[in-house]
Design a protein around this ligand. Structure first.
Ligand SMILES: [Zn+2]
Length: 326
């Protein structure tokens, strides 16, 4: 596994922990979605477990420890994820972690636990987890990963060392995207992904850009009364909802920017500037702000059991009416 080109500084900090023999018992790795936090944590875990890491700090890839880790059978490596995507990390999972940590590590080096996303521990799990921090286990390191650090209890955050993965430099990422086969428009992809490289790569590889373009077209059709919002809602509630809300929010922010005549290269969707600029002249700012508030409120509910069909109907009908009232 390779270091991502924008993570050199973070990697240096991690390597210093090891070479200076002050590896923290708990490290909170935070940063926006799509910056490669899990990748960084995996590299660090491999490096801590490896018998003889390379000069650059990365795991050797050849020792017994590296082989066991690659086969996902290393006894001193524990990964805690939600049992189902989007669900909470449960107290049962944390209790079994706590009891495993009471045993000695089986190998000579560190034992590593990765909890990802740490903010998905429910209250009971988080309380149980505190025990791991209050009574540190022998030669054990816990890496907590989150893009929502504010959702973690202060009692946990205050007991962790922190490592923030910063938004990378645009040129470095554009070059990297180019190497990764996203040859078409790395600049546009990165802008759509709001600066997150892995998200941008996902856009390039998984047809996400086409989906976004199709959705924008439907969105414009509603604005121009060429179609009914309920018909589009019928399609949209089957799509990845957080991505859709993310897109709609970015279109509204861009419409507000257009109303203030902000330069096109400062938009999240520079490729859509003509449509957005034209539309912004027909919409009232007050209505756009109100709609933006609605999107923020609905976004908060995405992790709950909200009825997505009803949610998209509400959003699209509001959008339809906003365009009628101009
Ligand atoms: Zn190794």
């Amino acid at each position: 596994m390779m270091l991502l080109p924008w993570q050199h500084q973070n990697w240096e900090q991690l390597c210093n922990y090891r070479t200076q023999n002050r590896v923290p018992q708990a490290l909170l790795i935070s940063g926006k979605n799509g910056l490669g936090k899990r990748h960084l944590a995996d590299l660090f875990a491999a490096s801590l477990l490896c018998v003889k890491p390379q000069d650059n700090g990365l795991a050797c890839g050849h020792c017994d420890s590296c082989h066991l880790l690659n086969a996902e059978t290393h006894p001193d490596f524990i990964r805690i994820n939600p049992e189902e995507p989007g669900k909470a990390i449960t107290i049962g999972q944390i209790r079994s972690l706590v009891s495993r940590l009471t045993l000695k590590p089986q190998f000579e080096s560190y034992r590593v636990v990765i909890v990802n996303p740490a903010d998905l521990m429910n209250n009971a799990a988080a309380n149980a987890f505190l025990k791991c921090l209050e009574e540190p286990a022998e030669r054990s390191v816990i890496l907590l990963i989150t893009d929502k650090p504010a959702r973690l209890p202060a009692t946990i955050v205050s007991r962790c060392q922190k490592l923030a993965v910063a938004k990378p430099d645009k040129d470095i990422v554009a070059a990297w995207l180019n190497q990764q086969a996203a040859k078409d428009e790395p600049g546009l992809l990165l802008s759509l992904a709001q600066g997150s490289p892995l998200l941008a790569l996902d856009y390039a590889n998984n047809g996400t850009l086409k989906l976004r373009n199709d959705c924008f077209k439907a969105w414009m059709d509603i604005a121009k009364q060429r179609t009914h919002p309920a018909i589009i809602a019928e399609d949209w509630y089957k799509l990845p909802e957080s991505l859709l809300i993310f897109w709609i929010t970015s279109w509204i922010i861009d419409l507000i920017k257009c109303s203030y005549q902000i330069r096109a290269d400062k938009l999240y969707n520079p490729d859509l500037k003509d449509s957005l600029q034209e539309l912004s002249q027909q919409l009232e700012l007050k209505g756009l702000y109100k709609f933006y508030d609605l999107l923020l409120m609905r976004r908060q509910l995405l992790d709950t059991q909200i009825n997505k069909h009803t949610m998209f109907e509400e959003i699209l009908i509001t959008w339809f009416e906003l365009n009628l009232s101009k």
